[in-house]
Design a protein around this ligand. Structure first.
Ligand code: F3S
Length: 395
């Protein structure tokens, strides 16, 4: 039948809504044709990834500047982490050159009416779609959280396609926008207790690597907090490319329950931990907040750091969204954390900031952070609970 467009969509394609909108619609239509979509659908929320100048470079910045000449966001749109804290970058050791270029990237997005919050947990700071809503999000951990935990429907967008969705207010109807592609395919029974965010990250690695893109249905987890689920989403998306899962009694989507069942034991989690722990890691960097820390996590970390001091030779980053940092300031958590010698870093994270060569070993509670610390920054890694990370920083 081919891709059918409404008259407004055809006008966008013909350039009647400006050059950037035309380019954006070209991209959406191309994707729709490649994936066999029959129509475009309106979306209500966008999350754009690819914001760090470290990843974008000059070519990416040029593309954005070009789109910003007449492009305007049509729906609520937020940004993924940038390569630095947009206000306190100097004290985190970011160069003037990098800061200047990073600011140009953020300015280009701001010109298009994008909310420049720079976080991978937009759902914690107001970009929170509801169940059944069609959205277009990039950032694999947030995509997985949205599809699975919230029950909003999104494909795993790239930076350009998410921007195109924002400028047109549309996405092509294929993939996870269709109910038939959201059904569980393999069941995992968890036969061990998960106590902390790091355990959920380890579980994400185990299921992610085993399931190989099949949609998992997970049983045996009696409850999970928002923080544990965001850790799990980040990990299962990183290690398995998973964009949706079902967790019995916890996530809201309806699905058939697969018969094929795999068991996950404590031994499996132990094995996963071994793969993330480098024996010869010399820990000089501790980073918590991958995905970005919630205000609850920050309050707990502040409590742990009360009256303590980060030891010489170690650097601590707690990464979060700017609105959460502002709240942490208001509540006194920021002062407690910074007084102890740790940094509450907003807008950025340990994976997209230009940190290569600055540290040798990362300790974190995040399985995803381990993956990127090794792959992008050549750091050795150790995964621990948040409490153990803080103990390592202050011992
Ligand atoms: Fe977010 Fe950076 Fe981790 S984008 S999920 S904090 S790698």
């Amino acid at each position: 039948m081919g891709l059918q467009l409404t008259s407004e969509e055809r006008e966008m394609l013909e350039g009647k809504h400006g050059k950037a909108t035309k380019k954006a619609m070209d991209l959406i239509v191309n994707l729709g044709e490649i994936y066999g979509a029959e129509r475009l659908i309106p979306i209500s929320s966008v999350q754009i990834a690819g914001v760090s100048y470290h990843n974008l470079g000059e070519a990416g910045l040029e593309y954005l500047s070009d789109m910003a000449v007449d492009g305007k966001a049509r729906v609520l749109t937020t940004l993924n982490p940038a390569g630095m804290d947009l206000e306190e970058w100097k004290k985190h050791g970011i160069s003037e050159d990098f800061a200047l270029n990073q600011q140009r990237v953020v300015d280009a997005f701001a010109k298009m009416g994008v909310i420049t919050t720079c976080t991978c947990t937009p759902y914690l700071i107001g970009n929170l779609p509801h169940y059944g809503e069609h959205i277009a999000w990039a950032e694999s951990s947030a995509v997985c959280y949205s599809n699975s935990v919230i029950g909003a429907l999104t494909n795993r967008e790239g930076g350009p396609s998410a921007l195109a969705a924002s400028l047109t207010g549309r996405t092509a109807e294929y993939g996870f926008h269709l109910q038939e592609n959201r059904i569980a395919e393999v069941k995992y029974e968890i036969k061990t207790e998960l106590k902390h965010t790091d355990d959920f990250g380890l579980l994400g690695q185990v299921i992610g690597e085993r399931t190989r893109k099949k949609i998992p249905y997970i049983t045996g987890i009696p409850q999970a907090t928002t923080e544990e689920l965001k850790s799990f989403c980040a990990s299962i998306a990183t290690y398995g490319g998973i964009a949706i899962f079902h967790m019995e009694g916890i996530t809201p989507n309806r699905t058939d329950i697969p018969e094929d069942t795999e068991i996950v034991t404590q031994e499996d989690l132990n094995q996963a931990r071994v793969t993330m722990d480098d024996k010869d890691a010399e820990i000089d960097f501790i980073s918590i907040g991958c995905p970005h820390a919630s205000i609850k996590e920050i309050s707990q970390i502040a409590e742990m750091l009360k009256g303590k001091e980060v030891v010489e030779g170690k650097t601590v980053w707690i990464t979060t969204a700017r609105p959460t940092k502002d709240l942490a300031k208001k509540m006194g958590y920021y002062d407690t954390i910074e007084k102890a010698g740790a940094f509450l870093v907003s807008d950025a994270c340990c994976a997209v900031a230009p940190l290569k060569g600055r540290f040798k070993g990362l300790m974190t509670d995040s399985a995803k952070a381990c993956f990127y610390a090794r792959g992008k920054n050549d750091f050795k890694t150790e995964i621990r609970t948040i409490e153990e990370c803080i103990r390592e920083a202050t011992a």
